[in-house]
Design a protein around this ligand. Structure first.
Ligand SMILES: Nc1nc2c(c(=O)[nH]1)N[C@H]1C(S)=C(S)[C@@H](COP(=O)(O)O)O[C@H]1N2
Ligand SMILES: [Mo]
Length: 385
């Protein structure tokens, strides 16, 4: 099923500093419309920025894709599929999709964002997928709360964490199978969801059909796709994906100096606020008019959006924008404003989100060796002609 040769004619320039940034666009992946091809196998597909201008929800066929290992499910037999819940529980459960669809449902909008979204903008460059901003998307997720399923199994008092395993596999047998875990309290907070629907449709195969974990406000490394195993642990998860991978400096915005040594690290967790202008492309030439309409998307990270402000004077003055409908604190929120424009020529538009916890996007880019948690103000450069 995977595209190896044919992709639609066309390419985009992601305008990344310090390296080749042309990428082909592809329509060759199942269930996907035009996507930016970052890698073929395992697939890494980026959402083109203009998709985010069309509305607050990212359509399933334009939603980004990322897998670590190349052996990914190419089809799933929905009749024989089982989700197993075992470990420190009173009853081991083997849940069919039919069983799950009969359980009480929950629904919420939430942003799924790769920890390394926008890594391609890190200076100096760091290894890893060189994404621009399209390794994120917002969907309406429907499913069963993880807490409900854990309660059915009966968590033992000595439980400390819950580990999530999936149908994908490493190519070589001794590479670490992908799994992630959450603390038992987080797993039982009633917001974490086992989702079977995305934007009111079944999940695309590439986004984790038939089930995936939704961890609202947390980076998508925890959002385990093709979820088929839930293991309640009586000691912390000492696996590769929790102790070695996805560790970030234990500092605000995971920010460290490029030459910093021996910085304590912690597993990546909550997202930080971000905002993007979506109606004007970076590098656009715009016919002069005394008022420029600007709109885009923002999200608060692990809480809601308090305000979104725009500056045209490099951050000296900020103008408040109007926020669109609130679809829930974990989702995208639209903003729009009309900016007075005095002169022709170059203009840098800066957009900045403040979240309801009082965290404001910094002007200076944050940096760390993993290329994680980018959250600074992103300029959009235009020329008024
Ligand atoms: N089973 C499985 N789930 C996974 C991964 C994976 O490699 N295998 N990658 C994670 C990472 S790092 C990301 S960014 C998201 C991507 O979700 P998406 O492909 O639906 O956009 O899936 C997460 N869940
Ligand atoms: Mo990711």
């Amino acid at each position: 099923m995977l595209a190896t040769r044919a992709w639609a004619k066309g390419a985009v320039d992601l305008m990344l500093p310090g390296g080749p940034s042309d990428r082909p666009t592809t329509t060759a992946f199942p269930g996907k419309g035009p996507m930016i091809l970052q890698r073929t196998r395992p697939p890494l597909l980026e959402t083109p920025m203009e998709v985010f201008n069309k509305g607050v929800f990212t359509p399933n066929d334009r939603f980004f894709v990322r897998w670590h290992w190349a052996v990914i499910p190419e089809s799933v037999d929905v009749r024989s599929f089982r989700l197993t819940i075992h470990g420190a529980v009173n009853r081991t459960l083997s849940v069919s999709l039919d069983d799950l669809l009969k359980m009480p449902r929950t629904q919420l909008a939430a942003v799924n964002q790769c920890s390394g979204n926008s890594r391609g903008l890190f200076v100096p460059r760091v290894p890893g997928a060189q994404w621009r901003h399209g390794a994120m998307g917002n969907a309406l997720w429907t499913g069963v709360s993880l807490r409900h399923v854990l309660d059915l199994a009966g968590v033992k008092p000595n439980a400390v964490a819950v580990r999530f395993g999936a149908l994908d596999e490493p190519v070589v047998p001794d590479a670490p199978d992908f799994s992630k875990s959450l603390s038992i309290d987080h797993a039982r907070d009633a917001e974490v969801m086992i989702a079977f629907a995305m934007n009111n449709e079944q999940l695309p195969l590439l986004n984790g059909f038939p089930l995936r974990l939704i961890v609202p406000g947390w980076y998508s490394t925890y959002w385990v796709k093709a979820l088929n195993e839930i293991e309640v642990l009586d000691k912390p998860d000492d696996g590769y994906w929790m102790t070695k991978a996805y560790k970030v400096p234990d500092t605000p915005f995971a920010n460290v100096a490029v030459d910093a040594k021996d910085v304590p690290t912690v597993p990546i967790s909550r997202m930080v606020p971000r905002s993007f202008i979506t109606n004007v492309a970076d590098g656009a030439k715009i016919p002069f008019s005394p008022n420029l309409n600007i709109s885009g998307i923002a999200f608060g990270g692990d809480c809601g959006v308090a305000s979104v402000d725009i500056s045209t004077d490099n951050g000296r003055n900020w103008n408040r924008t109007n926020l669109g409908a609130d679809q829930g604190k974990f989702g995208f929120r639209r903003f729009e404003t009309s900016l007075p424009i005095r002169d022709r020529g170059k203009l840098a538009l800066l957009v900045r989100c403040s979240n309801t916890a009082g965290i404001v996007q910094p002007m200076e880019p944050n940096w760390n060796p993993g290329g994680f948690m980018r959250g600074c103000v992103e300029p959009t450069h235009v020329v008024m002609t």
